[in-house]
Ligand binder design. Structure first.
Ligand code: CAA
Length: 420
């Protein structure tokens, strides 16, 4: 069977961030609610110059500057996003133009809330694995700015980032297990953004229930396929424990903890052990917590410092994990869960590449985080209230190798910057 998966990853994040405790204090909320209750420590704040296109182009430019990434071989450019900048023209077209990419490629966006990035990745993988790519590679970008608005319950879960991935038949970072995905979708109103609105509308607590229903459905479906293929086996350990790590979509870090406990609850139910007395429940809770620390926590570093990044969230989680543990995970199988409100979700798996650690080092994660500037709540609120269609301070320049939105002229969005 043809190998396919992620060959290289690059990221871009907004230049400013807010310490989440500063936000809690300004809102008169106990900081522990945000740090412990939601699991956040910092939140990225995108200014209008850092729109979905600018972040996507910046991440893609970083990817294209990596050794052995050949732009002339890219035959498909897909952007997964739920915060595009136009009802018709895709973010992918803007990125193609800004990076002066070859004209001999398909360009399009994929949308299904936070699942859009996974839809893009799967489309690219299927195109390559089917042979239609004929040796070409795909550039998949997840780019979003998560906004709920000032003083809303979702406010501490905002953020933004872009993740660019080269998808090919040389999966140095992660080789996907083909034909094993478990999917779960249903029509729910948990989170949405009506046309013309900048901020998402969300039924917060219900959205958590929808996410948990989805992770149960998608995981069980993956488990069935993985068991048939003898990738995992029924036995004394839960089959989810046979995955070295599980990376979840992270709207806020605590959600990954809830999701992981839920999968383990499903495992227990499925072996007929759901009715526990208090002692057994306490033992199970302790096992859940220990399993979370080993199997999930290392993937949350970037989410805790950036916040929700919608389509990019799962892939920032993968970047965090391999940044911290890429060498020890080489050759091991991990699980990934993608959730998009509305809803569509997918649990899939893959094997970490032998050179994953070296490939992820090229993303320069610490350097990118270290270049950011901490701002106070007054500055954050000023930025949030800026009209999004105007360039911040009439941007005329961008740091080398990055892009910025520079305003609408003659009904056309304009950008400044360079691929570097
Ligand atoms: N110390 C420690 N913990 C505290 C605390 C304190 N002083 N005060 C409260 N907490 C805990 C609460 O117990 C709770 O934890 P548990 O859920 O484990 O019980 C946690 O902090 C949050 O408290 P609340 O539930 O009271 O918080 P809230 O009602 O203000 O809002 C929220 C929480 C619903 C997640 C809200 O932030 C929100 O709407 N966020 C956006 C929607 C979202 O992220 N949904 C996730 C699923 S949908 C999805 O995944 C797609 C996507 O990307 C959007």
């Amino acid at each position: 069977m043809n190998r396919v998966g992620i060959e290289a990853i690059a990221i871009a994040v907004p230049q400013r961030y807010l310490d989440i405790e500063d936000l809690a204090i300004a809102r008169g909320i106990a900081p522990a609610k945000y740090t412990v209750g939601l699991g956040a420590s910092e939140m990225a704040v995108a200014d209008p110059g850092e729109d979905t296109v600018a972040l996507a182009a910046t991440a893609a430019a970083r990817l294209l500057r990596m050794p052995n990434v050949d732009a002339s071989k890219i035959g498909m450019l897909v952007v997964g996003t739920e915060t595009g900048v136009d009802h018709s023209k895709p973010v992918a077209s803007f990125v193609q133009g800004l990076l002066d990419l070859p004209r001999t490629m398909r360009t399009f966006d994929t949308q299904h809330a936070c699942y859009g990035g996974t839809a893009a990745l799967m489309a690219a993988c299927d195109w390559i694995a089917s042979g239609s790519a004929d040796g070409r590679t795909a550039l998949v970008i997840c780019s979003d700015i998560a906004r709920y608005g000032l003083k809303t319950a979702g406010e501490p879960t905002q953020g933004g980032a872009a993740v660019a991935m080269l998808v090919s038949s040389r999966p140095e970072v992660l080789e996907l297990d083909r034909g094993m995905s478990g999917v779960f979708s249903t029509d729910v109103h948990d989170f949405w953004r009506p046309l013309g609105r900048r901020e998402a509308v969300v039924d917060g607590h219900y959205s958590i229930e929808c996410y948990l229903d989805a992770v149960a459905g998608a995981y069980r479906s993956w488990r069935e396929r993985a068991t048939e293929r003898e990738v995992v086996r029924e036995g004394p350990t839960y089959r989810s424990e046979q995955l070295a790590r599980i990376v979840y979509h992270v709207p806020f870090c605590k959600m990954a903890r809830k999701a992981h406990a839920h999968i383990r609850k499903c495992e227990l139910e499925d072996v007929g052990g759901a009715a526990l007395d208090a002692v057994a429940r306490a033992r199970e809770d302790a096992l859940d917590a220990a399993s979370f620390e080993t199997q999930v926590a290392p993937s949350l570093m970037l989410a805790s410092r950036i916040g929700n990044t919608y389509t990019g969230s799962l892939y920032l989680g993968l970047t965090s994990l391999l940044h911290l543990q890429g060498a020890e995970l080489a050759g091991k199988r991990i699980g990934l869960f993608s959730y998009g409100s509305g809803c569509s979700s997918e649990f899939f798996s893959g094997v970490v590449g032998a050179r994953a650690a070296a490939m992820i080092e090229r993303a320069g994660v610490e350097e990118i985080l270290g270049r950011r500037t901490r701002i106070d709540v007054t500055e954050y609120e000023r930025i949030m209230e800026l009209p999004r269609e105007s360039a911040v301070g009439g941007a005329t320049d961008a740091a080398p190798g990055t892009f910025r939105f520079a305003g609408v002229r003659d009904d056309r969005r304009t950008y400044v910057g360079s691929a570097g």
